[in-house]
Ligand binder design. Sequence first.
Ligand code: SAH
Length: 235
Amino acid sequence: MGLPPALGKVYLVGAGFGGPEHLTLKALRALEEGEVVLHDRLVHPGVLALARGQLVPVGKEGYGARTEQEAIHRLMVQLAREGRTVVRLKGGDPMVFGRGGEEALFLKEAGIPYEVVPGVTSAVGALSSLGLPLTHRGLAHSFAVATGHDPSLPLPQADTLVLLMPLHALGGLKGRLLERFSPETPLALLARVGWEGEEVRLGRVEDLPGLGEGLPSPALLVVGEVVSLYGRLLP
Ligand code: SAH
């Protein structure tokens, strides 16, 4: 009987929100080291092109179905037990609506060594790359990030609100937003930022849900006075 192979390692890596220029050096190193790369749909093709290992698409955009998630857990553990270096590659930051926490817990319980590699989250980077500040003296001194996919959840209190996964719930979100913002409050829908087909739609709370009609995904919703600065800060 031979010895079991030494345990491999799993890197839970954030790929950033757009093209490969938003990768961290640490993420790039993990991509060069990983023998198997389990990646989401939200990872830009330019990032995948930098991986040296075998590419395996898993999961869906954002929250994958529960069974898929369990299959991903099992696959990571199995590969690591075979001694492989695994990169679990996610759009943005792995700990922002990316199930990175669940995956880390599962690996910990299975005794698999892992490391979390942060990424530039779309919740911040998609705005700043378009010249939209999240805070601005006199306009906004706080921001909050929440999921928009379930309008039955209360929205957080902040001057600037960033809602991820909002597209299927814009009607319900309008009602929620009107509880705290005036109908004239500016908002922006940012779709596919940093990807082909990038699209920005500007409007006001009262323009929902129609403003989002036909918009491609992934997209996020920004609400607050900072949106009035759009187009005024870029050189
Ligand atoms: N972990 C990711 C978020 C996963 S949830 C992160 O940190 O960015 C998926 C949601 O992220 C999408 O529904 C959308 O709201 C947002 N998103 C991700 N990439 C995006 C992009 N390039 N442009 C606009 N929104 C994006």
